[in-house]
Design a protein around this ligand. Structure first.
Ligand code: SF4
Length: 232
């Protein structure tokens, strides 16, 4: 299988009944501002090239964001900030991501989530997170030859990523490293291949940006450091 085939395969997954119900319910009810949208209402695959050097990992799509537009981090304020920042760093072809198939390109960066379906209140359960884990393990397996840095956007991503990185062939220290903005850990490859640098970054959600916990400068600094570390 190729990564493109994996991306296609995940869009057909229905393994979590609660999330399948939620993503489809959102598409039926819609939000008033999006009544003319034909919602995607399926799992959201990762976005970005197959030979990415930098991988950004979030939480899960938003019911009226990615679940509507069909692209990760697209259609909500979190994504607006993330793509604009990537564009400012020269890592995206445009500052806005509008919807799946709009022609936007990422340069050397792939964005993905540990949970691919929109959960109620943006809170997947632990069993849902664990059910979705194999998709991310396989995705990181495809990216392994080129990936040199990964950024966990928020504590959920950090906790979800550590077992995934272990399953994907990296040595995760014990005790497990703690999440924080600016946390940084080198993960050696168990087979002697190139190591992966793991970064922690506050999630780009309005809860963090409106309160000033995460500023645009902080995000730009952290993603810029991660991109340089990855050789971009
Ligand atoms: Fe499948 Fe993941 Fe969606 Fe669950 S969250 S239905 S495992 S794609």
């Amino acid at each position: 299988r190729s990564l493109a085939e994996l991306d296609e395969a995940v869009t057909h997954c229905r393994a979590c009944p609660r999330l399948v119900g939620w993503r489809e319910e959102a598409a039926r009810v819609k939000r008033r501002a999006f009544l003319d949208w034909d919602y995607w209402a399926r799992p959201i695959p990762g976005f970005g090239p197959e030979d990415a050097a930098l991988v950004l990992v979030g939480l899960a799509p938003a019911a009226h964001g990615g679940n509507r537009t069909g692209r990760i981090f697209t259609g909500d304020p979190s994504g607006d900030l993330l793509y604009a920042t990537l564009y400012g760093l020269g890592l995206a072809s445009r500052p806005e991501s509008v919807r799946r198939g709009d022609g936007l390109e990422l340069y050397g960066v792939r964005i993905t989530d540990p949970v691919r379906c929109a959960p109620p209140e943006n809170k997947p359960t632990v069993p849902e997170r664990d059910t979705c884990r194999p998709w991310l393990v396989r995705e990181l397996g495809f990216l392994r030859p080129t990936a040199r840095a990964v950024v966990a956007l928020g504590g959920f991503a950090w906790q979800a990523l550590l077992p995934v990185l272990s399953a994907a062939g990296y040595t995760v220290p014990r005790p497990r490293p703690a999440f924080g903005h600016g946390a940084r850990v080198t993960l050696p490859a168990a087979d002697g291949g190139p190591p992966l640098e793991l970064f922690g970054c506050y999630h780009v959600s309005p809860r963090n940006t409106f309160t000033g916990r995460l500023t645009t400068d902080m995000l730009t600094d952290l993603l810029g450091t991660a991109a340089r570390t990855a050789g971009l």
